[in-house]
Design a protein around this ligand. Structure first.
Ligand code: THU
Length: 145
């Protein structure tokens, strides 16, 4: 995709990445030590953050992206434009994309063609893809109509 097509200012992207970094500091990861922070931009411009939260029984753990989505929906916000993700063990070295389960959860609430996933190393180094590019031919609410 062309980053120019994204109707989100550079300033908002930086703000999202900074908020994702701050959320990452709250990641609860005693088992993987892989810390993830996410910042979800709502249609009205609010930013809702999330971190990953692990569990001694492993499966109940939750990813940062789903934490952000569930927080937002539980506060009555369910129109989203983009999500920024930062992740890594000690430092953030790579671009991290959402896991399959998080892609499906995001897909429930967005138009995959115009929802942007911002995978960041820092505020000036990030990669952007649409959810459609990351998760083509997905199953969604329309399939059940
Ligand atoms: N994780 C996320 O929170 N988001 C991702 O995009 C990838 C994986 C979490 C789950 C688990 O707590 C840890 O990272 C290692 O998989």
């Amino acid at each position: 995709m062309n980053v120019q097509d994204m109707n989100i200012s550079e300033r908002t992207i930086k703000d999202m990445i900074e908020k994702a970094e701050a959320a990452r500091s709250f990641a609860y990861t005693p088992y993987s030590n892989f810390k993830v922070g996410a910042a979800l931009l709502t249609a009205c411009g609010d930013i809702v953050t999330g971190c990953n939260i692990e569990n001694a029984a492993y499966s109940p753990g939750n990813c940062a992206e789903r934490t952000a989505v569930f927080k937002a929906v539980s506060e009555g916000k369910k129109d989203f434009s983009a999500i920024a993700i930062v992740a890594g063990k000690d430092e953030i070295r790579d671009y991290t994309s959402p896991c399959g389960m998080c892609r499906q959860v995001l897909r429930e609430f967005v138009n995959p063609e115009s929802f942007y996933v911002i995978m960041a190393k820092n505020i000036s180094d990030y990669k952007v893809m649409t959810l459609e590019e990351l998760f083509p031919m997905s199953f969604g609410p329309d399939n059940l109509k």
